[in-house]
Ligand binder design. Structure first.
Ligand SMILES: Nc1ncnc2c1ncn2[C@@H]1O[C@H](COP(=O)(O)OP(=O)(O)O)[C@@H](O)[C@H]1O
Ligand SMILES: [Mg+2]
Length: 224
């Protein structure tokens, strides 16, 4: 089991529960889409998986690591090694080239430069943005930027790729590109956890869909 949530509750100060007794298991190789209205706890779920936040109660285990018990340094190391993250607004560094953005996670992990360069160029090639390696992200289309962000997320070969509304800021054509890309990655064995409002993304890519309402599991399905 790659992800195990055991009776997880997250309560922010003064508020009601953002997650309320959630139990969830995700196997390696799945592409799980998490749907639900705004405020239903989707981002909270991702943040707990990424170790960016801690549950109020319950346990979070990812790839054998008790993420809810990690200290700050161990948590950063956990993310570097096991988690790739893709965001709605790309979060690329605009004053670094595309190539340097993709190299960043390898640098932080202390990977040998030549090896990292090989991997980065391979990824840029595979994701169809190799011709932009020397360009700055601001020159690229939204779809291209998201491909670069995916390349960066995959740099350290994480067992788990998390995406929070990865098509949320894209036009129709770019959204379609990214849907295809994520679907292909999953077919090649990459485990995905997608938080999205994009039903087309869930339909194209997800092997399983869950619905959150008020921090609780309100339903689930496997696409036809
Ligand atoms: N840092 C925070 N402090 C206080 N309340 C928060 C914080 N983050 C999220 N919440 C609350 O938790 C609930 C779930 O939020 P979130 O996980 O962001 O939902 P979603 O991503 O589904 O829109 C919401 O009611 C939100 O207001
Ligand atoms: Mg959110």
């Amino acid at each position: 089991m790659l992800i195990e949530f055991e009776d997880v509750t997250k309560r922010y100060e003064g508020g009601t529960a953002a997650l309320d007794g959630l139990t969830l298991r995700v196997e390696a190789g799945e592409a799980l889409a998490v749907l639900g209205p705004s405020g239903s706890g989707k981002s909270t779920l991702l943040n707990l998986v990424a170790g960016l936040d801690r549950p109020t109660s319950g346990t979070v285990t990812v790839d054998g690591v008790r993420v809810d018990r990690l200290g700050e340094a161990a948590s950063a190391q956990y993310r570097r090694r096991r988690i790739g993250m893709v965001f709605q607004f790309f979060n690329l560094l605009d004053d670094l080239t595309v190539l340097d953005n993709v190299l960043m996670p390898a640098q932080l992990a202390g990977t040998h430069r030549a090896k990292a360069l090989r991997r980065a160029n391979e990824l840029l090639e595979h994701l169809g943005v190799a011709k932009h390696a020397k360009a700055f992200p601001g020159r690229l289309s939204g779809g291209e930027r998201q491909r670069v962000a995916v390349a960066r997320a995959l740099m350290n070969r994480p067992p788990l790729l998390l995406a929070d509304e990865p098509t949320g800021a894209l036009d129709t054509a770019s959204g379609e590109e990214v849907r295809k890309l994520l679907t292909e990655l999953n077919r090649d064995g990459q485990t995905l956890l997608l938080v999205t409002h994009d039903l087309a993304l869930a339909e194209a890519c997800a092997t399983r869909t869950i619905y959150l309402v008020d921090g609780r599991l309100a339903g689930s399905g496997v696409p036809a």
